[in-house]
Design a protein around this ligand. Structure first.
Ligand code: SF4
Length: 238
C-alpha cells in the first residue's frame, strides 16, 4: 500500500499548484492500481469534491463515486446533483429518508448528521464494496481539518485517500477554472463551504468552514463522516 512519507504542512506551503496537481493524480493513480473497482470517490457536490472527481476521471473514466444527500439540501444543490448524475451515471446517490423530529438540526445537530449523513455513507461503503474511499478533504479548510493525512485507515480494512489534502482554497478555484469544471451555483452567492440549507451561512470569517452550523456547538465543525467509524471495525487510525 502507498504510504504517508512526508510532512503535510511542508507540502502545503512547499509545492506549487502544478506540483500539487501531479501529486494528487499520482496518489489516485497508485490507489486505483491497488484497489481497482473497490476505489470509490465521495462526492459532496462542493468545489473540492468536483475537483477530486475531475482528477479521478483523468486517472480512469471507470472510477465510480457516491453522493450522500439529505432532505435539507438546498434546491440549487439538488439541481446540480441531478445534472452531475445525468452526466456521470456511475455516481450513485445515497439518502436516509427515515422520519426524524422536526428541527433536530437545531436541537441535536450531531444526531441529525449521524442519521442523515453518517448512516448513508456507511451504507454506500458497504453496498459498493469499498476498500478505498477518496475524499475532497483539505487541511487548510478550518480548525477541525489540520490533523488529517493523505492516506488514513480509521476503520480497519477501509483506506481513506485525501488526494487534495495539501491544496489551498485558491488552488481549487484555479484548477476548476483552468479545466472548465462546472460548480454548484451557490458559490456565486458568496458561500465558501456548502452543506444542508439550515446549517450553512455566508460569512466574512477567514475560516472557510465558519458558515457551517452557526449558533450551535458544532459551529465550523464536522458532520461526522470524517470523524466517526464508517464500518463495524474501527482502528486507532494511522
Ligand atoms: S448539516 Fe444540518 S440538516 Fe444536514 S444532517 Fe447535519 S445537522 Fe442535519
Amino acid at each position: 500500500m502507498i504510504k504517508n512519507t512526508e510532512d503535510v504542512a511542508a507540502l502545503v506551503s512547499g509545492l506549487n499548484y502544478a506540483q500539487k496537481v501531479e501529486r494528487s493524480l499520482d496518489l489516485i493513480s497508485q490507489a486505483w492500481k491497488e484497489y481497482g473497482d473497490a476505489l470509490v470517490v465521495a462526492n459532496s457536490l462542493g468545489k473540492d469534491s468536483v475537483a477530486v472527481w475531475h482528477l479521478a476521471k483523468r486517472v480512469s473514466p471507470k472510477i465510480r463515486g457516491f453522493i450522500i444527500t439529505t432532505r435539507y439540501k438546498p434546491a440549487q444543490t439538488v439541481q446540480f446533483m441531478n445534472e452531475q448524475v445525468r452526466q456521470y451515471p456511475e455516481l450513485k446517490v445515497f439518502k436516509n429518508d427515515e422520519p426524524i423530529e422536526d428541527g433536530l438540526y437545531r436541537t441535536d445537530p450531531d444526531k441529525c448528521c449521524a442519521i442523515l449523513k453518517v448512516e448513508p455513507i456507511r451504507r454506500a461503503i458497504r453496498e459498493m464494496n469499498v476498500s478505498c474511499w477518496v475524499t475532497g478533504l483539505r487541511c487548510t479548510e478550518g480548525r477541525t481539518r489540520t490533523d488529517f493525512k493523505e492516506i488514513e485507515e480509521r476503520d480497519v480494512g477501509l483506506i481513506k485517500l485525501n488526494p487534495i489534502l495539501i491544496w489551498y482554497e485558491r488552488e481549487i478555484w484555479q484548477y476548476l477554472a483552468l479545466n472548465n469544471v462546472p460548480v454548484n451555483p451557490l458559490y456565486s452567492d458568496g458561500y465558501r463551504s456548502l452543506g444542508c440549507e439550515p446549517c450553512t451561512r455566508i460569512t466574512l470569517d477567514a475560516d472557510e468552514r465558519a458558515g457551517r452550523w452557526i449558533g450551535t456547538s458544532k459551529c465550523g465543525g464536522e458532520c461526522g463522516i470524517h470523524t466517526r467509524p464508517l464500518t463495524n471495525k474501527s482502528s486507532a487510525g494511522v
